[in-house]
Design a protein around this ligand. Structure first.
Ligand code: GLN
Length: 447
């Protein structure tokens, strides 16, 4: 009830919720009350959460921020949603995002554009902008987002909340509407590191319904948070502090690195030499996979259909032309181009080869370091509308988050401070595959 009141008070300004399930949430909260009374409380009993609208929720709209899925109500829950419910969580509703998770500001949402709770008129980041804004504005206790190239960590950084992209395969993607299947991961956005660890405990683990989910035990991520950083070696990649980095961001992140040192970690300089190629590689691989994944939205099986078309091809064309927004169309065009005969070797194949080099960079660094630390974004949040007609400028803002997805390693964004004009600045840490524990432990020392 308190959160619904809070939503009523601030939602006009924050614009995070695409669908608020008032009655469902209150009913679920009442059940949680009895579970608690009867000593059957799960790990998330009664905790109200928001969910990025890219995760299938049985009986609740799942639009992916797209006209294409405006009226889609899934008949099943994503595995992560089922796990949340089994532990007693209360789902408040579904929150705004860039259409099909393509974007860095949530401005590509077909329905509403969330605003940064810290500064009116500024972006909340993207694509999980509604998740980050709803957590930062106190409209939920935590949220689930998805991260294909930074979409959890970047909005978390711009809104001063904790956001984690787990190792590829750690969390089930079953019921996550696919953007780029070899890069997508579901993860938590939360008010602090302990909440983030608690959600990781619940959503992680093997799922036979996701063939890329890994069958490996899940540690208790909350148990080791306070173990300190003695014996931990942290690399500072020189490439992440290059040209284009805002001086206030650099200063804030370097102050965070000092805190890690004071907490007992050894800090060393390292190199991830292929970082300069990550944007180019990502913007071939992600659109290539997206163009294939989005082929299913054809007006027949799911979502929007143009009813005036007089032939099958015309129906496909008009449904897709009217259902998808500009950025989604741009990605489909880039992706089909890069995959076509004659271009495949020059673009998709070459990008895949460089992706391997990027993975090898990480392997080398993690053979001598436990984690690497860097900024999350080159600048703090910017004004809504700024460079919104210049997609390349937005693509470049992902430069520091993308390589974790290309390599499949886990990453976390933790609040580190504020710029002189009051905008949040985050600090990013990345670790070797399945080393979320050490990431969370280091993050806890930054709070
Ligand atoms: N901003 C990146 C993109 O537009 C990343 C999005 C994401 O992680 N879902 O593709």
């Amino acid at each position: 009830e308190a959160l619904l009141e809070r939503i009523d008070a601030v939602e006009d300004r924050v614009k995070a919720y695409l669908h608020l399930d008032r009655d469902g949430a209150l009913a679920r909260a009442a059940e949680a009350d009895s579970e608690r009374r009867e000593g059957r409380a799960g790990a998330l009993c009664g905790l109200p959460l928001s969910i990025k609208d890219v995760l299938c929720t049985e009986g609740l709209p799942t639009t992916c921020g797209s006209r294409m899925l405006e009226n889609f109500i899934p008949p099943y829950d994503a595995t992560v949603i089922r796990r949340l419910k089994e532990e007693g969580a209360v789902l408040l509703g579904k929150v705004a995002m860039d259409e099909f998770a393509m974007g860095s500001t949530s401005e590509n949402c077909a329905f509403k554009v969330p605003e940064n709770p810290w500064k009116p008129g500024y972006v909340a980041g993207g694509s999980s902008g509604g998740s980050a804004a709803s957590v930062a504005a106190g409209e939920c206790l935590a949220s689930l987002g998805s991260d294909t190239g930074g979409s959890i960590r970047q909005p978390a950084s711009l809104c001063s909340v904790v956001g984690m992209k787990p190792t590829y395969g750690r969390v089930s993607r079953f019921g996550l509407v696919a953007f780029a299947s070899s890069l997508d991961q579901v993860g938590p956005l939360a008010r602090d590191v302990a909440d983030c660890a608690l959600l990781m405990n619940v959503i992680s683990g093997y799922d036979p319904r996701d063939s890329t989910s890994v069958n490996r035990p899940v540690p208790d991520y909350t148990a080791s948070l306070k173990d300190g950083l003695g014996g931990i070696r942290i690399g500072v990649p020189v490439e992440y502090f290059g040209a284009g980095l805002d001086p206030e961001v650099e200063k804030t992140v370097r102050a965070g690195i000092d805190m890690l040192r004071e907490a007992g970690a050894e800090i060393v300089e390292v190199s991830l030499p292929h970082t300069q190629y990550c944007v180019a590689v990502y913007y071939l691989i992600a659109p290539a996979e997206a163009s294939s994944n989005l082929a299913r939205f054809d007006g027949v099986r799911y979502g929007y259909r143009n009813m005036e078309a007089d032939s099958l091809i015309d129906m496909y064309c008009r449904s897709r032309s009217e259902g998808f927004g500009d950025e989604v169309k741009r990605r489909i065009l880039i992706g089909t181009y890069a995959l076509s005969a004659g271009y495949y070797d020059a673009y998709y194949k070459k990008a895949s080869q460089v992706r391997t080099l990027i993975m090898e960079d990480y392997q080398k660094v993690f053979s001598s370091c436990d984690l690497v630390v860097s900024p999350v974004t080159p600048t703090p949040a910017w004004k809504i509308g700024y460079k919104s007609d210049d997609p390349l400028a937005h693509y470049l803002s992902d430069i520091l988050t993308i390589s974790a997805n290309l390599a499949g390693v886990p990453g976390i964004s933790v609040p580190a401070g504020f710029s002189s004009d009051g905008l949040p600045i985050g600090i990013q840490m990345q670790a070797a595959h399945f080393n979320e524990e050490v990431l969370l432990r280091a993050a806890w020392n930054l709070e």
